[in-house]
Design a protein around this ligand. Structure first.
Ligand SMILES: *Cc1c(COP(=O)(O)O)cnc(C)c1O
Length: 346
């Protein structure tokens, strides 16, 4: 990659970050009169640790990385926004990504007034590396990839992602929100080999904690250092940190949930594929299935009337006719299948 200093925006390079009371004093003390907090109403009267030291140590243990390679955000969405703000000069720089994919990359690019270039996946949802690289130019600072990809549910070959990492001179953000449902380990084990790689993972999916908003970015400490410098000082609140710590320290982790979801995904794939109105169930490496049907709008509305909500993705590139269906509990999935049987007979 090009030197980090050449990729960063000038104002970010020069920025002197806000220094909070909790930043300035880091030793052991018992009387805190430094932050204008209310002395009553423990424990939420105190500002949270702006560096999330405790929580990062626990994540480092589980993910087998060093704490300095971790950035924590208010969901992955915060990391997506901060990476763009750190590297992309509005109206000058651009971002290259794939199509179809997760919508937040382009929304954050638009909010930041940064050009967003979309490169179509192959008809079988594969990564077209040549086209992706051809879409970049000297002003391309970031490539956003998502594997396993939402909404297509497949993962890209390690070989194709490595080619992007090896060739592109800027930052590659690889969103691995669904990696725990994949048969592949993803790129975290080889994070140290790529100084330009930012991997996004989250507690929102396999860990079952979408409600607490905790996203993780893993990268070279030079990059996590920049994100830490520009984030809101107290971006992760005490309740989120405590809930996350409790779950992460629990010995079994999300393994049982993942096993159930994978077992149910297999069952749904088979059952959905047998309906006459289903043209195709795409192979999934995630906790959802992309299903091509004869009349997606009609089926969506039929299911909604039965109080079952799925996602209509038929307007997205390469996804004509497709609904995206999240794998639920065995009961929920049984209700879905029952409703679809009734739809077939109607
Ligand atoms: C669900 C999802 C996320 C998770 O976002 P959070 O803000 O961490 O909840 C990230 N990326 C993709 C592609 C997703 O589908």
């Amino acid at each position: 990659m090009a030197e980090l200093d050449r990729l960063l925006r000038e104002n970010i390079k020069k920025l002197i970050p806000y220094s909070s009371a909790r930043n300035e004093y880091t030793g052991e003390a018992s009387v805190f009169l430094d932050a204008n907090e209310n002395p009553f109403n423990e424990p939420v009267n105190r500002y949270p640790d702006p560096l999330q030291t405790h929580l990062k140590k626990e994540i480092a243990r589980i993910k087998q990385v060093v704490p300095s390679s971790i950035f924590l955000g208010n969901g992955s969405d915060e990391a997506i926004d901060l990476v763009i703000r750190a590297f992309c000069e509005p109206r000058l720089d651009n971002i290259v990504s794939i199509d179809p994919t997760y919508g937040m990359y382009s929304v954050c690019a638009n909010v930041n007034n940064v050009e967003f270039r979309k490169v179509l996946l192959t008809p079988s949802f594969g990564l077209d590396v040549e086209s992706l690289l051809s879409a970049t130019d000297a002003q391309t600072k970031i490539i956003f990839l998502c594997s396993p990809n939402n909404p297509t549910s497949n993962r890209f070959s390690g070989e194709s992602i490595r080619r992007v990492l090896n060739t592109f001179e800027g930052i590659v953000v690889l969103d691995e929100a669904y990696i725990d449902f994949s048969s592949d380990k993803g790129f975290l084990p080889s994070l140290a080999s790529w100084p330009n790689l930012v991997i996004l993972q989250t507690l929102s999916k396999a860990w079952g904690m979408a409600g607490i908003r905790l996203g993780m970015a893993f990268a070279d400490p030079k990059i996590t250092g920049v994100l830490t410098k520009i984030k809101y000082p107290y971006n992760i609140n005490i309740l989120t940190m405590e809930t996350a710590l409790r779950s992460l320290q629990h010995s079994t982790g999300p393994q049982k949930w993942i096993e159930s979801i994978l077992q149910q995904r297999g069952l749904l794939e088979k059952e959905l594929g047998s309906f006459s109105f289903v043209a195709r169930v795409f192979p999934s490496d995630a906790n959802f299935l992309l299903v091509k049907v004869e009349n997606p709008r009609d089926l969506y509305q039929y299911l909604a009337r039965k109080e079952i909500i799925v996602r209509d993705r038929s307007g997205m590139s390469l996804c004509a006719g497709c609904l995206r269906i999240t794998v639920g509990t065995p009961d929920e999935n049984a209700r879905l299948l029952e409703a679809m049987k009734a739809y077939q007979q109607s």
